[in-house]
Design a protein around this ligand. Structure first.
Ligand code: ZN
Length: 101
């Protein structure tokens, strides 16, 4: 089993994890986004840009998650890990639109 990738998601230093295989997908040229819950009850939206390090682009409550779910970005499910993991394919312009709302 591959080790998951992780990143520090909040100022409290909590880490969140996602399947390392998604790094490979991003590095192959597809920008990805997903939401993860943090130990401090926040929802973090994480973006993987091709050739870049993962970053948290937004943090919030369940409303952030609802907005993420409401995008028309194509949803994908990675099933190669211990649990299925859903994420969305994203264009950078799409992210700008999302952040403006
Ligand atoms: Zn936290």
């Amino acid at each position: 089993m591959d080790q998951p990738s992780s990143l520090v998601a909040c100022q409290q230093g909590h880490t969140v994890e996602y399947p390392a295989a998604l790094d490979a997908v991003a590095n192959a040229g597809t920008d990805l986004a997903f939401c993860l819950a943090c130990d401090c009850q926040q929802v973090h939206m994480v973006v993987l840009f091709a050739g870049d390090t993962p970053r948290v682009v937004a943090s919030g409550d369940l409303d952030l998650y609802a907005r993420f779910e409401a995008t028309d970005w194509p949803e994908q499910v990675y099933t190669g890990g211990p649990a299925s993991f859903s994420y969305r394919e994203m264009g950078t312009l799409d992210l700008a639109l999302f952040m403006k709302e």
